[in-house]
Design a protein around this ligand. Structure first.
Ligand code: FES
Length: 160
């Protein structure tokens, strides 16, 4: 049996097999989710807000709880889409705004231009570059360090 999940604010609906995670529904709706940690509940790139129907999702597990505690934009409605399984109807998901930083080359290509949206840290979701800010070479150096830090963190938690 499948459950219907609404995606806000893009006003889309998706069908998710009962007990499958929200992430499968987002990807099935062609929403670009970075899933930096590969769906292991260790990053912030699949962080979503549940506007309605929290009771129709599986309960928080320990890893999800721990990761959510590190996400700066986390609130009572937060879940990780790769960890939350859909068990009932009525779920409405809101996708946080901003874009997760993943590839330094993509950002380098934007030097001298203004960021079109907030660029977010893939582990804790903090804003690395604010929307409207000019992208400079010195920012690239910092982002490079961030990229190294993220890959090291995820490599060290490989078998976690
Ligand atoms: S993809 Fe990393 S926590 Fe869900």
């Amino acid at each position: 049996m499948a459950k219907t999940v609404k995606l806000d604010p893009i006003n889309k609906e998706t069908s998710i097999k009962t007990n499958d995670n929200l992430l499968s529904g987002l990807l099935g709706s062609e929403i670009n989710v970075l899933k930096e940690c590969g769906g292991r509940g260790m990053c912030s790139t699949c962080h979503v807000y549940i506007k309605e129907g929290m009771e129709s999702l599986s309960p928080l597990n320990r890893r999800e709880q721990r990761t959510l505690e590190t996400i700066t934009s986390c609130n009572m409605l937060s879940r990780l889409a790769c960890q939350a399984r859909v068990i009932g109807e009525g779920v409405v998901v809101e996708l946080p705004s901003g874009m997760y930083f993943s590839d330094i080359e993509d950002i380098e290509a934007l030097i001298g231009r203004r960021a079109e949206q907030d660029i977010l840290h893939p582990l804790d979701g903090k804003v690395l570059v604010e929307q409207g800010k000019l992208i400079t070479r010195s920012m690239i150096k910092q982002l490079n360090d961030t990229q190294v830090e993220v890959s090291e963190y995820l490599a060290n938690t490989q078998e976690a």
